[in-house]
Design a protein around this ligand. Structure first.
Ligand code: MIC
Ligand code: SF4
Length: 760
C-alpha cells in the first residue's frame, strides 16, 4: 500500500467491508446489542470467533490499522524495531517531529534552532523511516495528534501510537490507544497488539454547551469525577444526544485528555460533525464510505435506552449546566469553578497573580479552539484591554497555523500581546526556555494543555500550572489574576472603565476551507535498499541497542531498595522530559535522569537516596549505575497509580538497563505496567497495600518461587529488616503465560528477535 499523507482509501474500505459481519458476530457472541467500542474492537480482533472477551481480565490480540509515533518516543521504538531484522514495517506507520522544538524566540527562529541542534536525530528518523517504509512528518508540520486527526484518523479504525494522547483520534470515532515503543514494535513487525479486553465506562451527555463552557470542561469534569486512575483499563465511550452536538475537534479534545484519567482510550460515535470534519480536511471519499456503514459506526440503539446494561459504569453530564472549570495545580483532576479558583488559591497560599498564559498543545489547538480564543482577543482589543501576562500560542499543525494566519486570527491574538511559537509541543513538555521571570519563586501559570505535574512546563517545581479551555486562558491573560470569573466579573480597561467580556464565539471549520500551508510530509523512496541509517558510535544522542540478558533462572534474593516513592510518581518523576528529551535515543545517557523527580519516602528529599554499597547519599541515577556496575539487582517501591502519565518507555527501560529487577507498587498505570513487562521487569502489586509502609530504607527484598511463576497466582516475597527479622508478603501480577515468557526471555523483543531469526 502506498505510503501517503493520508490514510489510503483501500485500507478504510477493507475495514468497512468486514465491519457489518463482525458486528453481527459480536452481538451473537455477547448475546446482546453492542456499544461502538465493542464493534470496533471485535472488528480488529485477530481471532474474532475464538478470543476470550471477558472485560478487564482476558488478554486479547488485535490487529490495528495504523501506528503513529512522535520523535521523542520513535527513536527508542525504531532502535528496537531495527534489531528485529525486518525489511519494512508490516502496517502503515508514520513518524511526527514535534517534541524536540524548544520555545525561545518565536516560531521561525525556534524551528531553525531545532533543525540545527537536533539534526542528527532528525536525520536518523528521516532515514530510518525511508528505509522501512514509514511516512515522515518534518519538524514544523505540527503536533502528532492534530496531524493524525487531520490526515489519518478515520471512523471505525483502530490505531496505536507511542504517545499517551493518541486517543485524540477518538474524536473521529476511532479506537486509538497510547502504547510504549515495544508494543508498537510488535505491530510494526506483524505481531498483534495485545491488551486486556477493556472495561467500558459510558458517559451519557445531554443538553448542549453554551457561553463560556467548552468541550475541555467535559473532560475536566470527568477527571474530577473519575480521578487520575478512575479510567484505568477502561474505554470511555461518550454517547447520548449531547454527544452529537459537539464538533469533531471538540470531541478530540475530550478524548485526548482521557489519558489523564488513565483510560485505555476514549471515543465518540460517528455523526454529521465527523462527516463535516472529514470533508473539510479533504477526505470526502472517507465520509462517503463511512455513510455506507453509518449504523455500525454508532452504538446499537438499545445502548442509549438502557446504558447500565452495557457499561461497567455510567456517568451523566448535562452539558447545559456545565460550568467552565480550571484544574490544578499538580494534578489534572483537581477541578475548580472559575468563580471559586481565586479564593481557593488564596486559601492554599498559591499566587493568584498569573505569570504566563499559554494556548495550544495537542489537546486544544484546533481551528475552532483558536477562533474561540481569538473572538475574546478581538473584543478585548475593541474594549481597550490587553493581556496582563505573557501570552504564548502554539498552533497544533501547519494547516491550522496557515489557516488562522490567513483568517486574521493570529493577528487578533498578537494584537493583545500574544506571541506565536512553532507548531509543536513546546512548553507543554518543558521545551520552554523561560526567561520572563525568576522561577525559583512560586508562580502561577494557566494553559490549555492537559498535564500539570510539577516541573512539567518550565522545569521548576515552583511553577503551579492550571489547565482550562483556550477561551478561559485568554480571559485569565486579560485579567492577570486567578481572581476573575469572566461570567460575572469586570475588567478595568486602559481608559479606567469597567468592561465585561462577552462569551466566546467559535467556528468549527473555516468558511474558506483549510489552507494546507507548507507540506511537511516525506514519503519513503521507491528504492529503499540503498538508504543508509547512520548511528555514530560516539554519538551522545543515539545509541544502538543490545538485547537485555535473559532471566538467569534464579530467585531474586535480598535485593536493596533503591527507593520508596512518596506520593505521586508519574513517568515525569521517573524519567523527566524537558532538557532530557535530547537523550531519548541514547539509553546510557538518558539513564542520567532516572528517578530524579521522585520524592524519597525515607528522607523526603527529591531525587536522592542512600547507596547501600557504601552508605553514601547520592542521586538515584548514580546509585542505580553503581548497583549495575557492581552487578547488584535492586527493587523500587511506588504508591498508587505508579507510572501515571505518559507512554515513555524510557521510564521502564532505564531501570531495566540499570539492573532493576522488580517494581512494587500499590497500583500501576496501564501503559507503564505494560512497558515494564515488555522490557522483562516484574511489575508487582502489593496484595496488602499496607506492605508499602512496612518497607524501610535499609531493608532487603526477596522475590522467590520465580520458577513457578504462573498467571493469576501471587508471588511470594520477603522483607529482610536490618535487625534480622523477616516479614513475608504476597504480591500480585497481571502476567499471562505469554508475558511470563517475556520475563524469562529478558524482554518481549528477545522473543520476536528469535522468531524472526528462525524465519529467515
Ligand atoms: C507527554 O505529554 O507526556 C508526552 C511527552 O507526549 C509523552 C510521550 C513522551 O514522553 O515522549 C506521552 O504523553 O506519552
Ligand atoms: Fe505534545 Fe503535550 Fe500533547 Fe504530549 S501532551 S503530545 S507533549 S502537546
Amino acid at each position: 500500500m502506498a505510503v501517503t499523507a493520508s490514510t489510503p482509501l483501500e485500507l478504510v474500505q477493507a475495514v468497512y467491508d468486514r465491519l457489518p459481519e463482525r458486528v453481527a458476530l459480536g452481538r451473537r457472541r455477547l448475546g446482546r446489542p453492542v456499544t461502538l467500542a465493542e464493534k470496533i474492537l471485535v472488528n480488529h480482533l485477530r481471532d474474532a470467533e475464538g478470543q476470550d472477551m471477558e472485560r478487564g481480565r482476558a488478554y486479547a490480540d488485535f490487529d490495528p490499522d495504523r501506528v503513529a509515533m512522535q520523535d521523542a518516543t520513535a527513536q527508542m521504538a525504531l532502535l528496537q524495531f531495527m534489531t528485529a531484522g525486518l525489511l519494512e514495517v508490516a502496517v502503515p506507520t508514520t513518524v511526527h517531529c514535534d517534541h524536540l522544538i524548544q520555545a525561545r524566540a518565536g516560531a521561525d527562529v525556534d524551528l531553525k534552532f531545532a533543525l540545527d541542534i537536533n539534526s542528527e536525530v532528525y536525520e536518523f528518523l528521516r532515514t530510518v523511516s525511508a528505509k522501512y517504509g514509514i511516512g515522515f512528518w518534518k519538524p514544523g508540520s505540527g503536533i502528532i495528534h492534530q496531524v493524525v486527526l487531520e490526515n489519518y484518523a478515520f471512523p471505525g479504525g483502530m490505531m496505536i501510537g507511542t504517545d499517551s494522547h493518541t486517543p485524540n483520534a477518538g474524536g473521529l470515532a476511532m479506537v486509538a490507544i497510547g502504547v510504549g515503543g515495544a508494543d508498537a514494535v510488535d505491530v510494526m513487525t506483524g505481531y498483534p497488539f495485545n491488551v486486556r479486553f477493556p472495561k467500558l465506562i459510558g458517559v451519557h451527555l445531554t443538553g448542549e454547551l453554551s457561553g463560556w463552557s467548552a468541550p475541555k470542561d467535559v473532560i475536566l469534569k470527568v477527571a474530577q469525577i473519575l480521578t487520575v486512575k478512575g479510567g484505568t483499563g477502561a474505554i470511555v465511550e461518550y454517547f447520548g444526544p449531547g454527544a452529537d452536538t459537539i464538533t469533531a475537534t471538540g470531541k478530540a479534545t475530550i478524548c485526548n485528555m482521557g489519558a489523564e484519567i488513565g483510560a485505555t482510550t476514549s471515543l465518540f460515535a460517528y455523526d454529521a460533525n465527523s462527516a463535516a470534519y472529514l470533508k473539510a480536511t479533504g477526505r470526502e471519499a472517507i465520509a462517503d464510505l463511512a455513510a455506507g456503514v453509518e449504523s455500525d459506526l454508532r452504538p446499537d440503539a438499545e445502548v442509549w435506552d438502557d446504558p447500565e446494561r452495557y457499561f461497567d459504569q455510567v456517568i451523566e453530564i448535562d452539558l447545559s449546566t456545565l460550568e467552565p472549570l480550571i484544574n490544578g495545580p499538580h494534578t489534572p483532576d483537581l477541578a475548580h469553578k472559575a468563580s471559586e479558583v481565586g479564593a481557593h488559591a488564596r486559601a492554599e497560599g498559591w499566587p493568584v497573580e498569573i505569570s504566563s498564559c499559554l494556548v495550544g498543545s495537542c489537546t486544544n489547538s484546533s481551528y475552532e479552539d483558536i477562533t474561540r480564543a481569538a473572538s475574546i482577543a478581538r473584543q478585548a482589543s475593541a474594549k481597550g484591554l490587553r493581556a496582563r501576562t505573557q501570552l504564548l500560542i502554539t498552533p497544533g499543525s501547519e494547516q491550522v497555523r496557515a489557516t488562522i494566519e490567513r483568517d486574521g486570527l493570529l493577528a487578533d491574538l498578537e494584537a493583545i500581546g500574544g506571541e506565536v511559537l512553532a507548531n509543536a509541543c513546546g512548553p507543554c513538555i518543558g521545551q520552554w526556555d523561560r526567561t520572563d521571570l525568576d522561577t525559583t519563586k512560586l508562580n502561577t501559570i494557566v494553559n490549555s494543555y492537559n498535564r500539570n505535574f510539577p516541573k512539567r512546563n518550565d522545569g521548576s517545581s515552583n511553577t503551579l500550572a492550571f489547565v482550562t479551555s483556550p477561551d478561559m486562558v485568554i480571559a485569565f491573560a486579560l485579567a492577570g489574576t486567578l481572581e476573575f470569573d469572566p461570567l460575572a466579573g469586570t475588567l478595568t480597561n486602559d481608559e479606567g472603565e469597567e468592561v465585561r467580556l462577552d462569551p466566546p464565539v467559535g467556528e468549527d471549520l473555516p468558511a474558506r476551507g483549510f489552507d494546507p500551508g507548507e507540506s511537511g510530509f516525506v514519503a519513503p523512496p521507491d528504492d529503499r535498499s540503498s538508504v543508509d541509517v547512520k548511528v555514530d558510535r560516539d554519538s551522545e544522542r543515539l545509541q544502538l541497542l543490545e538485547p537485555f540478558p535473559a532471566w538467569d533462572g534464579k530467585d531474586f534474593e535480598e535485593l536493596p531498595v533503591l527507593l520508596r516513592a512518596k506520593g505521586k510518581c508519574t513517568t515525569d518523576h521517573i524519567s523527566a522530559a524537558g532538557p532530557w528529551l535530547k537523550y531519548r535515543g541514547h539509553l546510557e545517557n538518558i539513564c542520567g535522569n532516572l528517578f530524579l523527580g521522585v520524592v524519597n519516602a525515607f528522607t523526603d528529599a527529591a531525587g536522592e537516596g542512600k547507596d547501600q554499597v557504601d552508605g553514601d547519599t547520592r542521586p538515584f541515577p548514580d546509585i542505580a549505575r553503581h548497583y549495575a556496575d557492581e552487578g547488584i539487582g535492586w527493587v523500587a517501591v511506588g504508591d498508587e497509580n505508579y507510572g501515571e502519565g505518559s507512554s515513555r518507555e524510557h521510564a521502564a527501560m532505564e531501570p531495566r538497563y540499570r539492573n532493576g529487577k522488580a517494581i512494587f507498587a500499590r497500583s500501576f498505570a496501564r501503559i507503564h505496567e505494560a512497558n515494564l513487562k515488555k522490557q522483562g521487569m516484574l511489575a508487582l502489586t502489593f496484595a496488602d497495600p499496607a506492605t508499602y509502609d512496612e518497607i524501610g530504607e535499609d531493608d532487603r527484598i526477596s522475590v522467590v518461587g520465580l520458577a513457578s511463576l504462573a498467571p493469576d497466582t501471587p508471588v511470594h516475597c520477603r522483607i529482610h529488616h536490618p535487625d534480622g527479622s523477616v516479614v513475608d508478603f504476597e504480591a500480585t501480577h497481571t502476567m499471562n503465560d505469554e508475558q511470563i515468557e517475556w520475563f524469562r526471555a529478558g524482554g518481549a523483543l528477545n522473543i520476536i528477535r528469535q522468531q524472526q531469526a528462525a524465519d529467515r
